[in-house]
Design a protein around this ligand. Structure first.
Ligand code: MN
Length: 222
């Protein structure tokens, strides 16, 4: 007899947990990061990729270093949790579909992503591997337009930016994604990372923060 366990995320101030249905991620949504990845930050329509729902990891976890990579990268991101589903959601209506928000890390096997990009292949094994989506507890409500977002490794600053630097804001992301898929309760959306992405090594502790939100911290075993 097998039992399927629904992945869940903690909710600040609640004993309840948020059941995760799907994980969507926006690529290159901060101009400086787009440039550091060799892209053009002019306002093109946002593009999306996915991770499996069970890639979520609670803050405080100690993790085995991921297999098949020699260049594991951190991307600290604002994560939106969808509470009310819908298709073709308007920008004005989008905030009403949000359950809450959190800070997450879009872990990336950058070496595999570079190979996939060069070969025109999918990013799945670069982005959607086991334990590739650590995130802190969700704060219920709509996220602020402005807040510092940052990441440290072993206490040293690596990424720093502000949510107001996003090329596409949260409402625009929800509106666009809802034209491609019917959003549903339990969907998470990683909204892109500011500049300063870089490698994580075995033994290191990674901490992502957005001011006013429960942080996310993970440690890799040496
Ligand atoms: Mn990302």
């Amino acid at each position: 007899m097998h039992c399927i366990i629904t992945p869940t995320v903690a909710i600040t101030g609640s004993v309840e947990r948020f059941p995760v249905r799907r994980i969507f991620c926006v690529g290159q949504n901060y101009a400086e990061h787009t440039r550091e990845m060799g892209g053009d930050p002019t306002r093109q329509a946002p593009f999306f990729f996915t991770k499996p729902a069970d890639a979520v990891v609670d803050s405080g976890a100690e993790l085995a270093f991921p297999s098949e990579t020699a260049d594991l990268h951190h991307e600290v991101e604002l994560v939106i949790a969808i509470g009310t589903g819908g298709s073709n959601i308007s920008v004005d209506a989008a905030p009403a579909h949000i359950f809450g928000y959190a800070v997450g890390i879009d872990l990336t096997r950058r070496d595999l992503q570079a190979v996939a990009k060069a070969a025109g292949r999918p990013w799945d094994m670069a982005k959607g591997f086991d334990q590739s989506a650590p995130l802190g507890a969700l704060t219920p409500g709509v996220p602020p337009d402005t807040a510092t977002i940052a990441l440290t490794i072993d206490g040293e600053a690596r990424q720093s930016g502000n949510l107001d630097q996003m090329i596409w804001n949260v409402a625009e992301i929800i509106a666009t994604l809802s034209r491609f898929v019917a959003l549903a309760p339990g969907d998470l959306i990683f909204t892109g990372t500011p500049a300063g992405v870089g490698p994580i090594l075995p033994g290191q502790t990674v901490c992502g923060t957005i001011v006013g939100v429960a942080p996310v911290e993970i440690r890799y075993r040496a």
